[in-house]
Design a protein around this ligand. Structure first.
Ligand SMILES: Nc1nc2c(ncn2[C@@H]2O[C@H](COP(=O)(O)OP(=O)(O)OP(=O)(O)O)[C@@H](O)[C@H]2O)c(=O)[nH]1
Ligand SMILES: Nc1nc2c(ncn2[C@@H]2O[C@H](COP(=O)(O)OP(=O)(O)OP(=O)(O)O)[C@@H](O)[C@H]2O)c(=O)[nH]1
Ligand SMILES: [Mg+2]
Ligand SMILES: [Mg+2]
Lengths: 292, 277
């Protein structure tokens, strides 16, 4: 990974004292390469490398660390600063039900994560109701119903209804009637540049006032991750992010880009297709993964 | 942005940034720019506009000629559709089914995803929309059994084109990749010489991992083409340039929306043009 590349680049410097400007720029080129190969956004890489450079200039090359290790240590710390400092908890409303809304691009993993969240939060004592607001994708409602059956968690839907705002509203009312204290709304995948569908999300938000809007993002997303996250955040407002398919081998730089640009916490990660694969986000593991 | 400006180093850096921002990746971008510098010298290009047109030409040429999907008339053709989770395999099959049905072919689709919730129901709806035959088993059935069943049914019904849907799978899951290998062997054994295309579906929003996907899937099945989906978004799918450079797999089809008609043949020149928009 980056550690080995930096060792090779800077191996002549052991115990030499301070790192020179040339040593630093050679090392920064390696850091930039590693982050771009990990799909971190170009602008985020630029800012990040500058921050690392500031710290690296004048850094003492300790006897106990080779200069390569020294730089990696700085990079790791800076990644942790960017990725960390956030909570993986879902804020439970003082007056139930707590309403969660999942949004994101097509195929990101929203419906599956809705099921995972329902299971995970039931384990911590909640009584979830899943609400099927994807009226467009063939068999999307059935997909959520199958998950609900597997978990023995109720799913609210209105067959033949093409109005997700109505479904969301009635779903929340149904939760209150049934004494379910947690509503998880699954929405249809959509493009951040689809004005009509982004307006639909705003209408759902206005109708049910979610306590948390979670952006679901595929871990293998490339440079476009920043456009998507910024767009959803500025148009709709998001409270956190779920990064999915992290059981793959993608480095996942999109996670760093999104956190850096929106400042919103990454709350959970999806680590598989089964419903018990939702995990709390670990910034240190993500940092190591991004560095390869 | 580049026209009217004389060529300088800053211009090459801007072009490298543009390529990276479109997920072409550092290695492939470096290769393209090396070719660009050489041709700028050979052709004595002097200004920014010339530079831009030349890079477009290099990209377009690297992607090769337009490659249509292969279909032999008068016999059973099988397309196997594979890829990681959520990229658009099932939807693409619906689109392909409609296209070939409209061309007068007898089309059948096989619901090879027996794992994911409501996967067969999803394909069933597409089959209905396209007006084509469907072979599916109950959820949890062995996907190999569905494929076996579909191939025999296709031969009995004298089907021209059988589209086989498979479950999304991450390439680092060896058991799932082995399952895919088994599906391919069944097709080859039960319908020798009928497997015409193995299409790897790649989501245009995917970054560098698509390179690994192409490499790993091609080890297990003979990938003959890439379908690049979701190009109606803001991502340009530049990673296919890198896939093409490294794996030499042609891009054949693009997905440009969620409707059944949102399918187009891949056009290298249009693709190269779109990178610069
Ligand atoms: N390996 C893996 N697969 C996942 C994960 N989360 C979801 N998937 C799979 O990704 C695919 C898409 O998941 P969905 O839940 O249908 O995605 P979606 O965002 O609801 O899709 P649309 O509603 O069409 O926008 C399915 O095959 C899921 O099984 C994950 O964490 N890991
Ligand atoms: N905007 C857009 N959405 C697409 C396109 N192709 C597919 N989709 C959407 O992407 C989502 C996933 O599509 P699927 O066909 O279920 O993907 P899949 O690869 O079969 O998914 P799994 O079987 O779960 O692995 C759906 O919401 C589709 O409508 C496209 O070209 N453009
Ligand atoms: Mg869904
Ligand atoms: Mg599918």
């Amino acid at each position: 990974g980056l550690g080995d590349k930096l060792q090779a680049t800077l191996k002549k410097l052991r115990g030499k004292g301070k790192l020179t400007e040339k040593d630093i720029s050679d090392a920064m080129r390696e850091v930039r390469m590693a982050l771009l190969e990990a799909d971190v956004n170009l602008k985020v890489v630029r800012d990040f490398v500058n921050a690392v450079k500031e710290r690296a200039i004048g850094a003492d090359v300790l006897e106990s660390l080779t200069p390569g290790q020294q730089i990696v240590k700085i990079v790791h710390e800076e990644l942790m600063n960017l990725l960390g400092g956030s909570t993986s908890r879902i804020a439970i409303a003082s007056k139930p039900p707590t309403v969660l809304m999942l949004v994101g691009l097509q195929g990101a993993g929203k419906t599956t994560q809705a099921g995972k969240l329902a299971l995970s939060l039931r384990k911590s004592g909640r009584h979830p109701l899943l609400v099927a607001c994807d009226v467009y994708r063939p068999a999307a409602i059935e997909q959520l119903q199958v998950l609900g059956r597997q978990l023995d968690i109720p799913v609210f839907s209105i067959s033949g209804n093409q109005n997700p705002v109505q479904i969301a509203k009635q779903g929340k009312e149904e939760a209150m009637r049934q004494g379910r204290d947690l509503v998880i709304i699954d929405t249809a995948g959509r493009l951040h540049v689809d004005e009509k569908l982004m307006q639909e999300l705003k209408d759902i938000k206005a109708a049910v006032m979610p306590h948390e809007i979670l952006l679901v993002v595929d871990a293998m997303t490339g440079q476009d991750a920043v456009n998507v996250a910024e767009s959803f955040n500025s148009t709709l407002g998001i409270d956190g992010v779920i990064v999915t398919k992290l059981d793959g081998d993608t480095r996942g730089g999109a996670a760093l880009s999104i956190k850096a640009v929106t400042g919103k916490p990454i709350k959970f990660v999806g680590m598989g297709e089964k419903l018990d694969t939702l995990e709390v986000f670990h910034p240190d593991r993500m940092a190591s993964r991004i560095l390869g | 942005l580049l026209s009217g400006r004389k060529i300088d180093e800053e211009m090459y850096e801007e072009l490298e940034d543009l390529l990276i921002m479109h997920d072409v990746g550092v290695t492939a971008a470096t290769n393209l720019l090396r070719d660009l510098r050489r041709l700028v010298k050979d052709r004595k290009i002097l200004d920014g506009e010339g530079l831009r047109l030349l890079l477009k030409e290099i990209i377009s040429n690297s992607l090769g000629e337009k490659k249509p999907l292969r279909l032999e008339p008068g016999t059973l053709n099988i397309f196997l559709v594979v890829g990681v989770n959520g990229v658009g395999k099932t939807t693409t099959i619906g689109k392909l089914a409609q296209r070939y049905k409209e061309q007068g072919l007898k089309v059948m689709v096989a619901a090879g995803d027996t794992f994911r919730a409501a996967a067969s129901s999803q394909l069933e709806i597409w089959a209905e929309r396209a007006g084509v035959y469907l072979v599916s088993h109950a959820d949890g059935a062995d996907p190999a059994a569905v494929v076996f069943d579909a191939v025999h049914s296709a031969r009995a019904k004298k089907i021209d084109l059988l589209l086989v849907d498979t479950a999304g799978r991450l390439h680092n899951k060896s058991n799932l990749m082995q399952e895919l290998g088994k599906i391919r062997r069944i097709i080859d054994r039960e319908a020798e010489h009928s497997l015409r295309e193995v299409l790897l579906v790649v989501d245009a929003t995917t970054g560098q991992n698509a390179l690994v996907q192409a490499k790993e899937f091609a080890q297990i099945v003979p990938v003959t083409g890439i379908v690049l989906t979701k190009l109606d978004g803001t991502a340009k799918g530049g990673i296919v340039i890198a896939i093409n450079q490294e794996q030499k797999i042609p891009i054949k089809i693009i997905g440009v929306g969620e409707k059944i008609s949102d399918l187009r043949d891949f056009d290298p020149q249009e693709f190269a043009e779109a990178l610069f928009e």
